[in-house]
Write a protein that binds this ligand. Structure first.
Ligand SMILES: C[S@@+](CC[C@H](N)C(=O)[O-])C[C@H]1O[C@@H](n2cnc3c(N)ncnc32)[C@H](O)[C@@H]1O
Length: 279
C-alpha cells in the first residue's frame, strides 16, 4: 500500500494547525515511518490513535500494521476530513473515526496505542491509558517523556516516574526536533514506549499513589519530614507513628532517592500502623 505524503494530507485538509488546541501535525516521513514499528506486533490487532489530526500517523498505522485502527479526534473539521480521506478503510471495516474528546468518551477495547498526544493534557492521557495494561507508543514533550522514564537518584526522577513505572517499563525510544512538526512546537519532543507489566511489589494502589503524590510535593525535605508534612494529601492519620515504625535510613533520604518498591513497603507499613484514607 502506498504511504500518503503528510504535507499533502495537511494541504488537502486545508488547515494550518492551531497550537492553542494542541495541533502540531507530524510531517517528517522518517519519524512517521518508524512509529508503528515501536509497537510489539502482537499489540497491533486493534490500535488506538488519540488525536488523528490530518491523518499522517493514521495512514502509517493502516499501511504498516494489519489490525483494526480506531482514531479519536476532538476537532469536528479534522474528524470530518479523516472520514473523507480514509473512506475506503472505513468501508472495509479497518478504520473507525470517533469524533470526541478522548479524555471523556468511552475508549474501545484496544490492544495497543500509537499516538502523537496533545501535549497540553499529557498527564491525563497517560494515566487514562497506562492502567489499561497494553503497550503504548506515545509522542510527548521531551522533558515529560524523560521524567516518565527516569531512574531513582536522577534529577528527572519524580512522582511521574514512580506512577508510570508502577504500570509499565517505560523507555524513551527517540527524540524528535520541532522541525518534524507543522506548525513547529516551542519544545523538543520524544517518543516513549510503555510495555505493561505487574509491579514487583503488592500494594493498595490508592494508598501508594497518594503517599507518592504527597512526598514528592516536598522533594527537598527528608522522607521523615515529607511524610509528616503531607498527611492532607496521603490521608495518613498518624504520620508520627508511621515515621517511628519505618526504617530510619529510609526516613533520612529524600523522595528522589527512594525506589518504587520502597514506597510500596512504606505504604503497606502505613496501613498496618494507622488509618489511611487517601482522598
Ligand atoms: C499533536 S496533534 C497530532 C495529530 C496527528 N496524529 C499527527 O501526528 O500529525 C494532536 C491532535 O489531537 C487533537 N486533540 C486535542 N485534544 C484532544 C482530545 N482531548 N481528544 C481527542 N483529540 C484531541 C488535536 O485536534 C490534534 O489533531
Amino acid at each position: 500500500m502506498t504511504r500518503r505524503d503528510p504535507d499533502a494530507l495537511r494541504r488537502r485538509a486545508g488547515v494550518r494547525g492551531d497550537p492553542g488546541r494542541d495541533q502540531h501535525f507530524l510531517v517528517d516521513d522518517r519519524v512517521l515511518n518508524r512509529l508503528p514499528g515501536y509497537l510489539p506486533t502482537d499489540a497491533a490487532d486493534h490500535v488506538l490513535e488519540i488525536g488523528g489530526g490530518t491523518g499522517g500517523l493514521t495512514d502509517r498505522l493502516l499501511t504498516d500494521t494489519d489490525g483494526h485502527v480506531t482514531v479519536i479526534e476532538r476537532d469536528p473539521d479534522l474528524a470530518g476530513f479523516l472520514r473523507e480521506e480514509f473512506a475506503a478503510a472505513i468501508e472495509t471495516g479497518r478504520l473507525e473515526v470517533i469524533e470526541g474528546d478522548a479524555l471523556e468518551c468511552d475508549l474501545p477495547g484496544f490492544t495497543g496505542s500509537v499516538s502523537n498526544l496533545p501535549y497540553g493534557a499529557s498527564s491525563e492521557f497517560c494515566f487514562r491509558l497506562l492502567p489499561r495494561g497494553v503497550p503504548l507508543v506515545l509522542m510527548l514533550q521531551r522533558e515529560f517523556a524523560e521524567r516518565m522514564a527516569a531512574d531513582p537518584g536522577t534529577d528527572d526522577y519524580g512522582r511521574l516516574s514512580v506512577t508510570a513505572g508502577h504500570y509499565a517499563d517505560v523507555e524513551v525510544v527517540e527524540t524528535v526536533p520541532p522541525a518534524a512538526f507543522d506548525p513547529e512546537p516551542a519544545v523538543q519532543s520524544a517518543v516513549v514506549r510503555c510495555l505493561p507489566r505487574a509491579p514487583s511489589y503488592e500494594v493498595d494502589e490508592a494508598v501508594f499513589m497518594a503517599l507518592v503524590r504527597g512526598v514528592f510535593t516536598q522533594r527537598r525535605k527528608t522522607m521523615r519530614n515529607a511524610v509528616r508534612n503531607t498527611v492532607h494529601i496521603s490521608g495518613i492519620a498518624d504520620a508520627d507513628a508511621v515515621v517511628d515504625a519505618a526504617d530510619e535510613e529510609l526516613m533520612g533520604r529524600r523522595a528522589g532517592d527512594v525506589r518504587p518498591a520502597e514506597f510500596a513497603e512504606l505504604a503497606r507499613l502505613a496501613t498496618e500502623t494507622t488509618e489511611v484514607t487517601p482522598p
